[in-house]
Structures are given as structure tokens and as C-alpha cells.
Design a binder for this molecule. Structure first.
Ligand code: MSP
Length: 519
């Protein structure tokens, strides 16, 4: 399976919204590997375009130097958060420029591109010409467009409108082109409103920071046309054999999964992209699938640099640990919908879910096995009450993860963890240990708890890879985790576990919350 995320603009450092998307895609990639699938996970940075050029100008440095510095802060964050892509897409990579230029040239030769003059209103912030449709009820262009100027210029256009009918038919026929379903309905609505062609060039006099058109050196490629092609170029499409890129025919087989935010569904990924693919000859069954996530907001408002309310994910990871941030970002948002971020909530998740529920279960279980049985568990013939619950939980988990509802998959694990903790209280091993007549019952309880923890470790591993690793180490389980070995009975008879060490140490409650800051 080929999984990609949006490539992040390099005009400003990452915030938790960017982190969420990458952690989501990373968890999906890890889950698919757990299922035994071959996975190639691609993420990267969008280095061209007006936003980057302007940010660099403000600092008085060349756009490449600026973009590289910001790109490094994204890379460092992914490393810190355990986001482990197989490929790194950066749009200034010459291998990418090669693919973009080959695609442009073939569209040009096919007659899908034409040059025309256009006069109109232009949004500097959104880097697009505005039409009457973009005017608000008061007849003005809203603040979301930023500075709006009137310009006239000649540009190159892509014959988008001639493919509108095809796109409509395609999206109607492919119910799973966009997930979740309500986002597909939004897209169908937007497709109905498509009119006109797509301007795919910018004159170098206005914007020099981009990939030069192969057939007209006075222009560079529009940043979206350039950026979308990363999903092909870094997948090895039209690449030289020795380019060090994957084999395209294996990767897009049958299709790619693009994990993107709701703001870039329509028009870029839902309209431009399938039409571009169709125009360059992709058959319908090779069209990608779009998984559209919602946004993390702050205090009900959109996070933005200008509002000064961005939260630095790197500082949160330093304070609470990367695994806690991964967990919080995936636990408190339903894929497709928005949620409000709060550090208090994250802290609660740390204390309640990670330190208390999961951390304690591991700790007390290993402690009891050490104390009462010198670290060795005995596998009995009968199955205790946790085995049925574990099977049920693993089934729900799988179904929810397959639907990309990661929060719900985690919910299933944590309700099982609660059952395990309740089971400890109810079966009271400390009482059983005092009664030699109940020795077999004690063995049964300890085995069931250790085995439950082994299964929990397998299933949390896509979201909490480091904690899962530590759980396996403490349980002395050496098998490579897979969904296949998440079924009951994997711990052999007479298995010796290790000694406990805290998975999520208690937080120092006096540490003040981080301040949101504009950077
Ligand atoms: N460069 C384009 C994408 C090109 S893809 C061929 C872009 N970059 S971005 O940096 O603005 O956004 C990158 C991703 O982060 C997008 O999918 C966007 O939806 C996501 N998010 C940006 N802010 C977000 C939140 N506050 N919450 C969740 N995701 C957010 O768009």
C-alpha cells in the first residue's frame, strides 16, 4: 500500500495540525504493516510558491535557504515524534522537477495547455485569481483572501473544464474515492460548480520561485500543479532507472492513499488532481483514494501564525513525551471531523490513560508475577474471562482501524484495559496467593493478565511504537508483532517475564502549561 500525506508548506515551522496529519498517516502505515501488507509511506515538504518567496524576502534571504531551514524543522519533528516515512518528497529535488517538466511537456504536446491573457482580481495570500463567486454577500472579497490586487497578465492554462463531466461520472461511480462519506458529498457539490480552466503558470516577473515551464522559459509552474505531482515523482513515475526511487508500477498498485486536510480537498485534491491524472492517461481504477481529516483548532478558532495561537508540537513532545503527543492527537479527534486542542486534556490523557490505566496494569501484573511466581507464568487449559473480551476487542479494533477511525480503535483497547484492571480487583491475586488451595486460580489470573498485556502491546504499537516495544521487552516477548499474533494464547507455558519499569512516569504536577505563541 502506498500512503502519502500532504506536503507541508515551508513558509513557517510546523504546528500541531501538521503533526496530527503525519502521526495519523504514520499510524495507518504501521497498522497496515501489522496486517502483513507491504507499505511505502511518503511525506515531505512543499518548497516553492509565493508564500515561501514572500517569507524569504521578509528575512532577506534566498528562498531556497529559507525553505531548507524550515524543511529541517519538519524533518526534526518527524524524527522526534517517531514518524518514519520511507520516502521524503521535497519539491526542489531535481528528480521531482524532471517529472513535473515531462508531464507538462506531454500535456502541452497533447493540446491540453494553451496560453491566454487574463485581467482580474488576484489574492496574494491564496495565490489565485478571484472570480465573482468569491465575493461575499457585501460584494467585497473577504479577509480570508488577504490582500487583493487587480492584475492583467498572459498565462498558461490547463483544459480543466473539458474534463468536468468525466470527473463527475468518476466520483459518482467510486463511492470510496473520498472518505469519510460526508466529505465526498461536499466534493460532488463543488464539482457541480467547476467552471473555467486552471491557470498553471506564473510569470517569472511576478514569481520566480518555481519550476520553469519546459516550453516557455518566461514562466514557472503554479505551486499546486508542481506540488501534487510529488505523489508521482517520488513514487518513481517517469524516473531514471538509477534515480534511487521506488518502482512505480509496484507502488501505485492498484492505487495510492492520500491523507489530507479538509481545506485541500476541493479544488486541489478532489478536482485538479484526478483530472491531471486522467489527462496524463491514468485509468479510473488507478485513481487514488483521499482520506480527508478535519482540523485541530484552538479555543474554537483556526490556528494561524497571524492569530499568534499556534502550539509548538516539539515543545509538547519535550514536556510530555512524543508517545503521549501521538496518543493525544489521535485519541481526541474523530477522523474527518474537527476538534479543539487543549494541553489540559493532553495532560489528563497522560495521567489517566497512559500512566494510570496502561502503565499501572503492566506494572502491577509484572510485579505480582515476580512476587508470587518468581517471574514465570503457567498456561492452563481453561480460558479465563479476559480471553473472550480480548477477541471481541481485537475485532472491533480491526474494524475501526480499517475504517481509519483510529480514535475508536484506541477506545476499544482502553475499555479492554479497564476490564483488565477491574479483573485484577475482582480476582484479588494477593488473596489467592495466601491460599495454597487456590494456586491454580492464581496461575490462571496471572497468565490471563500477562497474555492480555501482550495483545494490548501488539495493538497499541501503530500509535505507541516505543511504549509497545518497552512492553514487549518487559514481557520478554521477542516475536515480531503482527495482527496474526494478537489472538489469545500466544504466551507459552512456563514463560518468564522481566521486571517492571515505568512506561509513563508520573508527571511533575507543578510544571506550568506551555504558552501558545506566534512564531
Ligand atoms: N502545501 C500544501 C499541500 C500540498 S499537497 C500536494 C499545504 N500545505 S500546509 O502546510 O498548509 O498544510 C499541510 C497539511 O496540514 C494539509 O493537509 C492541511 O490540511 C494540514 N493542516 C494544516 N493545519 C491544520 C490543522 N490545524 N489541523 C489539522 N490539519 C491541518 O496545504
Amino acid at each position: 500500500m502506498f500512503i502519502t500525506t500532504a506536503i507541508d508548506y515551508t513558509n513557517a515551522p510546523p504546528h500541531i495540525g501538521h503533526a496530527y496529519e503525519k502521526v495519523l498517516a504514520d499510524a495507518i502505515a504501521r497498522y497496515r504493516r501489522l496486517k502483513g501488507e507491504q507499505v511505502y509511506f511518503l511525506t515531505g515538504v512543499d518548497q516553492h510558491g509565493q508564500k515561501v518567496q514572500q517569507a524569504a524576502e521578509k528575512e532577506g534571504i534566498p528562498p531556497l535557504a529559507f525553505a531548507e531551514r524550515i524543511s529541517a524543522s519538519f524533518l526534526a519533528l518527524w524524527e522526534k515524534l517517531g514518524v518514519e516515512p520511507d520516502g521524503w518528497a521535497k519539491t526542489t529535488d531535481p528528480r521531482h522537477a524532471l517529472a513535473v517538466r515531462k508531464i507538462l511537456q506531454s500535456l502541452y504536446e497533447k493540446g491540453d495547455l494553451y496560453k491566454a491573457a487574463y485581467a482580474g482580481f488576484y489574492s496574494v495570500r491564496q495565490e489565485q485569481f478571484l472570480t465573482e463567486k468569491e465575493r461575499g454577500p457585501d460584494g467585497e472579497f473577504g479577509p480570508e483572501w488577504g490582500q487583493v490586487i487587480e492584475i492583467e497578465e498572459e498565462n498558461w492554462y490547463f483544459r480543466l473544464s473539458s474534463y468536468g463531466e468525466w470527473l463527475n461520472r468518476f466520483v459518482e461511480a467510486r463511492p470510496d474515492f473520498v472518505l469519510p462519506n460526508f466529505r465526498r458529498a461536499e466534493l460532488l457539490n463543488a464539482i457541480g460548480k467547476v467552471s473555467g480552466d486552471l491557470c498553471i503558470s506564473r510569470p517569472k516577473t511576478r514569481l520566480a520561485w518555481g519550476i520553469e515551464l519546459p516550453f516557455d522559459p518566461l514562466y514557472v509552474t503554479y505551486v499546486w500543479f508542481d506540488a501534487l505531482i510529488n505523489y508521482l515523482s517520488f513514487a518513481g513515475y517517469l524516473a531514471e532507472p538509477d534515480a534511487g526511487l521506488p518502482d512505480f508500477s509496484e507502488l501505485w498498485n492498484p492505487r495510492a492513499l492520500h491523507v489530507i486536510g479538509k481545506d485541500i480537498l476541493s479544488p486541489p485534491h478532489g478536482i485538479y488532481w484526478p483530472i491531471m491524472l486522467h489527462a496524463i492517461g491514468f485509468p479510473d481504477d488507478r485513481m487514488p483514494q483521499l482520506l480527508v481529516h478535519g482540523w485541530w483548532n484552538l479555543g474554537g478558532a483556526k490556528m494561524s501564525k497571524t492569530l499568534g495561537n499556534v502550539v509548538d508540537p516539539s515543545a509538547l513532545a519535550d514536556k510530555y513525551g512524543a508517545e503521549c503527543l501521538r496518543y493525544a492527537l489521535l485519541r481526541d479527534i474523530a477522523t474527518g471531523h474537527d476538534a479543539d486542542f487543549s494541553e489540559d486534556r493532553l495532560r489528563q490523557r497522560y495521567n489517566a490513560d497512559l500512566a494510570n490505566d496502561l502503565g499501572n496494569l503492566l506494572n502491577r501484573t509484572l510485579n505480582m508475577i515476580q512476587r508470587y511466581r518468581s517471574g514465570v507464568v503457567v498456561k492452563s487449559n481453561g480460558e479465563g474471562p479476559l480471553s473472550g473480551l480480548a477477541a471481541q476487542m481485537a475485532g472491533t479494533y480491526r474494524q475501526r482501524f480499517d475504517e481509519f477511525q483510529v480514535h475508536s480503535a484506541l477506545e476499544a483497547i482502553w475499555s479492554f484495559i479497564s476490564e483488565c484492571n477491574a479483573f485484577v480487583e475482582k480476582s484479588a491475586p494477593w488473596k489467592l496467593a495466601k491460599d495454597t488451595a487456590r494456586s491454580a486460580a492464581l496461575d490462571g489470573v496471572l497468565y490471563d493478565l500477562a497474555e492480555s498485556l501482550r495483545i494490548i502491546a501488539v495493538l497499541v504499537s501503530p500509535v505507541l511504537p516505543k511504549a509497545a516495544r518497552s512492553m514487549f521487552d518487559q514481557l520478554r516477548v521477542t516475536e515480531e508483532p503482527s495482527l496474526g499474533n494478537a489472538s489469545w494464547g500466544g504466551l507459552p507455558d512456563a514463560h518468564a517475564v522481566g521486571s517492571p519499569s515505568p512506561l509513563f512516569p508520573r508527571l511533575d504536577e507543578d510544571t506550568p502549561p506551555l504558552k501558545a505563541s506566534g512564531r
